[in-house]
Design a protein around this ligand. Structure first.
Ligand code: PLP
Ligand code: TYF
Length: 393
């Protein structure tokens, strides 16, 4: 049996995490995997999470199974967080194993409905998107997205490619804080994107893994909300890993906006079945912690405040790095770092330059030049800027 197995390719991001761990240098800088770090270099358990977990330990009387689609109060609270006070009658939802589980269940739902669907992802995208699309047996194609010259979105190229999408296909969009480039469409761009999608009849899959890391919770949900208001079918994969700092507890939700309430009921049954086939009941601890925070005004305010401090730290690091690079290079070629959104930016560096940064300077980026800005400390910035100015042509 197992002699028939082929070795699997590594995830480039997780491979870089292992390489960093194995490096004995004490002054190494990890800008690889997308994990938020505070000024002390730690990934904190958020205050509201600690408080909610304490309350949960004290008050929980049973650990008996929840429902196949997870705790309904969690799904409702997450739907409220993402969609605001919209009518939920045509929304189906299921708790999942993190945002990855949400993307997986969303794509499996597509496979059940349209096994011949093509899924269009941005070029570039999170590597797991293509891997999961292919694993469920769907066809993966890319649309133009990033303009490496400006560090922004190639909106004309993107619109041209999306115009050619067929009805019955799926278009995957990063709802905010694009991974790996940090380049997000602006409000006018979103307007064009949504109008184009409305004409194609495609189903949209929104990946929301960084809600609250760009401009704020409501601002980051705005494009997704407009899609819900305009398009008949939208799938949303939401992760609680980054914005609640719950990474290993694996909390996430898949929300589906269907054409009407009857269709939403059928979708709900399919999501429930997909959970049963994959793992029966989804994990509850992280989901319940999130639900307790969102439904308690004091905990929610505390969480939202800490999230805005995290966002503020990332933005301050962006400004400081852009300024340090302007000073050292005497040019504005790195100004894009200051205006991009979320944790990531992509350095326009060759594979060789990225290797030199790693081998000679102990600075770990992903091979495509992606940097996790949230992995930096203010003290790292002069050394990082000097290294980039020295190594990159
Ligand atoms: N989608 C994107 C774009 C991501 O960067 C990530 C990574 O965290 C995920 C989905 C999945 O997140 P999770 O860790 O919750 O599975
Ligand atoms: O892009 C990142 O770094 C995060 C973490 O298979 C991650 O999204 C990376 C790879 C992966 C799962 C999570």
């Amino acid at each position: 049996m197992f002699d028939r197995l082929k070795s699997q390719p590594e995830d480039p991001i997780l491979a870089m995490m292992e390489a960093f761990r194995a490096d004995p240098r004490t002054d190494k800088i990890d800008l690889g995997i997308g994990i938020y770090r505070d000024a002390a270099g730690t990934t904190p358990v958020m205050h509201a999470v600690k408080t909610a977990e304490r309350q949960l330990v004290e008050s929980q009387t049973t650990k008996s199974y929840t429902a196949l689609s997870g705790d309904p109060a969690f799904i409702k609270a997450m739907a409220g967080l993402v969609l605001g006070d919209r009518d939920m009658s045509r929304i189906a939802g299921a708790a999942t194993v993190g945002g990855t589980g949400a993307i997986r269940q969303g794509l499996d739902l597509v496979r059940l409905a349209r096994p011949d669907a093509r899924v269009h992802i941005p070029d570039p995208s999170w590597p797991n998107h293509r891997a999961i699309i292919q694993a469920v047996g769907l066809t993966c194609v890319t649309y133009r997205y990033f303009d490496a010259e400006t560090g922004g979105v190639d909106i004309d190229g993107m619109i041209a490619d999306l115009s050619a999408v067929r009805s019955g296909d799926v278009v995957l969009l990063h709802g905010c804080c694009h991974n790996p480039t940090g380049a997000d469409p602006n409000a006018a761009d979103w307007h064009r994107i949504i109008a184009t999608l409305a004409e194609t009849g495609a189903t949209v899959l929104v990946d929301l893994a960084y809600l609250g890391f760009g401009d704020g919770l409501d601002a980051d949900a705005e494009a997704t909300r407009q899609m819900i208001d305009t398009l008949p079918e939208v799938i949303i994969g939401v992760s609680c890993s980054k914005n609640f700092g719950l990474y290993r507890d694996r909390a996430g939700v898949v929300l589906v906006s269907a054409a009407d309430a009857d269709q939403a009921r059928v979708v709900q049954g399919n999501l429930t079945t997909l959970n049963r086939l994959a793992y029966s009941f989804p994990a509850d601890h992280g989901a319940r912690t999130v639900e307790m925070i969102l439904n308690d005004s004091a905990l929610r305010a505390d969480w939202s405040q800490q999230l805005s401090e995290m966002r503020g730290r990332i933005n301050a690091l962006r400004q400081a790095l852009a300024t340090a690079l302007r000073d050292r290079t005497g040019s504005d070629r790195y100004a894009f770092l200051g205006s991009q959104k979320g944790m990531f930016s992509r350095l326009p560096a060759s594979p060789d330059e990225i290797r030199i940064l790693r081998e000679e300077h102990g600075i770990y980026l992903i091979g495509d030049g992606r940097m996790n800005i949230a992995g930096l400390s203010q003290e790292d910035i002069p050394r990082l800027a000097q290294a980039i100015a020295t190594v990159c042509a």
